[in-house]
Design a protein around this ligand. Structure first.
Ligand code: NAD
Ligand code: UD1
Length: 318
């Protein structure tokens, strides 16, 4: 039997993925609170649902704001984080305050306020460069960056809260998520958003390393589907699931596809590979298919086209 979503809190709900989750929840008739400190998110991401949600500008590091936001909620979708791998390398302490301690505070606020289930955004980064592909949840993690350690720590705490405190938790190891609203404005941004912007502004992109590294890019609407399934399926508490597509794309080929969409003839500049960068990333989604009924429905060229159209319509304002 499927659980109902009830009232929900989305931490990081003004961000890229969180705003799509909030929008889907509103469409399903949920009462939604978004808690976001707007450090990388934007209120404009919530334009379509702004009048139908409660928005709290606040920090997950603040237990009081967390507690008042979680009160009365059945489900928490925890998306707030420092999301960039290199940013956590440059800022290991401040990123841990958000990603490690902030997540424990979210779990604790959920426990103290009688929340039924917390769905947490984890990452494929936890696998590091484990040589076997595709990556399955049964593999031992091998984190290569503070970010990956922080996400793995989140998973351990989530399992602990499930086992010790009777709070239902589900962790989703997103692979590389892309789609409308991904912020391209920082060097820490996701590669598809950066390449889209460069191609549209006819600027040369930078490819780190030889560009032969690969990523499993998953469209944001498929990640939303995974979150809803993780929130509503019985008997999945305490588990982790890969959320990707089981297909991968080389970074060099990615630039060619985006440049072709934009009619941009520029060749990329190459720079040194980033420290902590994973070479190959490819998801097995067998477990999510079998246990959650997850099935990504957007193939890469369709998702890339939709994303491109969005960037064409929304010249990014800093
Ligand atoms: P994003 O930067 O667009 O969203 C993160 C949101 O969290 C932003 O709105 C930001 O303002 C907010 N935030 C950050 N610190 C906060 C704090 N201390 N208190 C309150 N709000 C805070 O990034 P995203 O891509 O939407 O990522 C969402 C989640 O998914 C993150 O947990 C990220 O680690 C995870 N994830 C993302 C990807 C990806 O490819 N984008 C892949 C794997 C995992
Ligand atoms: C991304 C996410 C991270 C998530 C992980 C899951 C972001 C910012 N990061 O990390 O939150 O947990 O996926 O797999 O969303 N690259 C270039 N040129 C650029 C930018 C990037 O060549 O201008 C390369 C990078 O070196 C890397 C690849 O593109 O090899 C992807 O980089 P990026 O989009 O930053 O994602 P990840 O580091 O994989």
């Amino acid at each position: 039997m499927a659980l109902t979503l009830g009232k929900a809190l989305v931490t990081g709900g003004a961000g890229f993925i969180g705003s799509h989750i909030a929008e889907a929840l509103v469409a399903q008739g949920c009462e939604v609170t978004v808690l976001d400190n707007l450090s990388s998110g934007r209120l404009a991401n919530l334009d379509v649902i702004r009048e139908r949600i409660a928005f709290v500008e606040g920090d997950i590091e603040d237990p009081e704001v967390l507690s008042s936001s979680a009160r009365g909620c059945d489900t928490v979708f925890h998306q707030a984080a420092v999301v960039s791998v290199p940013q956590t390398i440059h800022q290991p302490v401040t990123s841990a305050a958000v990603n490690d301690l902030g997540t424990i505070k979210v779990l604790e606020a959920a426990r103290q306020n009688g929340v039924r289930r917390v769905v947490l955004a984890s990452s494929s980064a936890v696998y590091g460069d484990v040589p076997q592909l595709p990556k399955t949840e049964a593999m031992a993690p091998a984190p290569l960056s503070p970010y990956a350690i922080q996400k793995l720590t989140n998973e351990f705490y989530a399992e602990l809260y499930h086992r010790m405190y009777d709070l239902q938790t589900v962790c989703l190891r997103y692979f590389n998520v892309y789609g409308p609203r991904q912020d391209p404005s920082s060097p820490y941004s996701g590669v598809i958003s950066i390449f889209m912007r460069k191609a549209l502004e006819n600027q040369q992109p930078i490819i780190y390393g030889d560009g032969r590294q690969t990523r499993d890019f998953v469209f944001v609407k498929d990640v939303v589907q995974a979150n809803i399934l993780a929130a509503t399926h019985e008997s999945v508490s305490g588990r982790v699931y890969n959320i990707g597509t089981s297909n991968s794309v080389e970074i060099n080929a990615l630039w060619h596809s985006i440049a072709a969409l934009a009619g941009c003839g520029l060749s990329p500049e190459h720079a040194d590979a980033r420290p902590g960068d994973i070479v190959h990333s490819l998801a097995s989604i067998q477990r999510a298919k079998e246990q959650l009924g997850f099935q990504p429905v957007h193939d890469f060229s369709e998702g890339l086209q939709k994303t491109f159209e969005w960037y064409c319509r929304h010249a990014w304002k800093e």
